[in-house]
Design a protein around this ligand. Sequence first.
Ligand code: C2E
Ligand code: CA
Ligand code: CA
Length: 614
Amino acid sequence: MLTTAEDRFHIELSHYAFEYMSRAKDIGQAVQELLGVVAKKYDLNRITILENKTNLSYLSVTYEWCAEGVKSLLNHVISYTEKLYHYFLGKSEDKGQSETEHSIHYPIFDCITQILKENEDTSLVALPLLLKEKRIGIITFESKGNGNFTDGAVKSFQELKNILESYFFVLRAFKETSEELEQVTRYDSVTGLFNYDTFLKEAEYLMRKADENSGYALIYADIVNFKYFNESYGYSSGDELLKLFNQSISSVCGKKVLACRVFSDYFVILGKLGNEDAEKKLSRVLELLDQNFSDKVKKIYPDAMLHIAAGVYIINDTKQAIKTYIDNADKARKNAKLCSKLYVIYNETMDIEIKRNIMISNIAEDALQNNEFYFELQPKYDLRYKTVIGAEALVRWKRADGTVMYPNEFIPVFEKNEFIVKLDFYVYAKVCQYLREKIDSMEKTVPISMNVSRVHLRYHDFVKRVTSLVDIYGIPHDLLEFEITESIFLDNSSLARNVMVELKEAGFLVSMDDFGAGYSSLNLLKNLDFDILKLDKDFLEGGKIHKKEEIVIESIISMAKKMRIKVLCEGVETKEQAELLEQLKCDLVQGYYFGRPMLAKDFEKLLRLGCING
Ligand code: C2E
Ligand code: CA
Ligand code: CA
């Protein structure tokens, strides 16, 4: 029989449990306090909770209470015996229990009690801990002296075991789920970065705390051509790309920035600029980020040359809404994409520009119907024979009010809304129509080259469509040349290569435009089959050709010649440049010095004359 006081203690125990639970700062502390109450009540040496780590085949001491002078076993590990292994895996039906009337003995835990016992004189009781019938661990109670535990003590031990099973472990499991829940509600499941809502809250908090003069910037970045990567490589590869981008943010910006994925491949990063010159720092960081990311991508997808485009908003007033910074950085990002730049910093004129681009986009279709687009021809010249050997068709837009717009103003907009596909085919048709008229009236004709927008690569039937258009007009294919800009090969080298091969196979002339403007790779020369290499006009910028440029041009010319590729130098503006190019044995030239882009009728006059300037 139990005395009344003992009888009440195990009931009191659950009150203690409630109290500790409600005021303790964490579950561990509440468990600790509860163990303390029991240990003190029965003058124990130690209470130990060992949890089962089945996957690692051991028991680990996760909570304990020790009397003064008793060695702590916290985090101590006990490897399973074979029997214990089966017991905890639930393979053994043996409950391990041999029950007497008031006390319970688990022989299966004997090996553990032997290890845990301070010395031979102490007695130790071990009880299993169960959670939803799963054996999750053991709790042991060790007396200070030798002698059996009273019935009341055993009852309290069992009550403690029940409390632990029903509250603490359940609570802990709940805490783990709520942590998982927090992971889901606060973080982005693909990248592990903050999600947009969390970012907004954290950013607002940061800005509220920020000192007025500390200088912050918000970057809005996206991966150029992510959509096409997703379509070609599949969505799980797309997800992998997003993770890589997250890794790049961490390795370049460190942990000091606040970053999130807004949606799709759109990321924002909020960071401190520090004392360094803002523009210098941004340019360094963004270049590193771009490089780091494209290197990472290349390692896994050698064919994909991916880059980022970013807009930056420099925060001068930390009191504005975060969404305003994001909107402005986004405007700058769109601008960066339009002009194929790595990044653009927001300024107020951008709002005007954005409105203008929307207007251009809205009126394009009508302009095409009203024949506002036409082409000019810029002569190409053979330096050796001093004759005009061809021309490049360059599109122009004569607006209803008589003003003429140049391609750099509208092509980026049309590449974005894909109107360029229509416009290019319109230009191709006009050029074919023009050549048809010349052929029909038996006038002299020379090959005319036309530009190929990168957007065509997205359509697999591009060359088929071109061929049927040309054949409607019955134009010999070798009278037409297609200029493919080098940078297209950076977007997607295999698609660009296919277009080049198909155009060649169809008998058209093909040139590589703007060679040297981007990250030109000599591999392009080695791996591709084309007729003319057009050296970018940047080589000649500034009027004078420097010695180093001379060496580069000369080597490209000699290399190309060995591969039976002709070299055309663009942007020749002066007599000196022309003479030097002649010395360097450059076959062909194009530029204001030999002739600006002109109306077709003026070009015909020139053709009849046969030569220019020379
Ligand atoms: P691009 O293909 O590199 O064309 C050469 C550009 O350089 C033309 O600018 C031409 O007017 C200019 N240029 C020619 N000689 C000189 C020179 O001596 N010095 C300088 N500084 N510039 C010279 P434009 O006509 O404004 O065209 C700009 C770009 O727009 C073209 O660059 C081409 O990429 C694109 N483009 C033009 N027409 C079309 C078209 O019909 N379709 C497509 N998709 N793109 C086009
Ligand atoms: Ca061109
Ligand atoms: Ca060019």
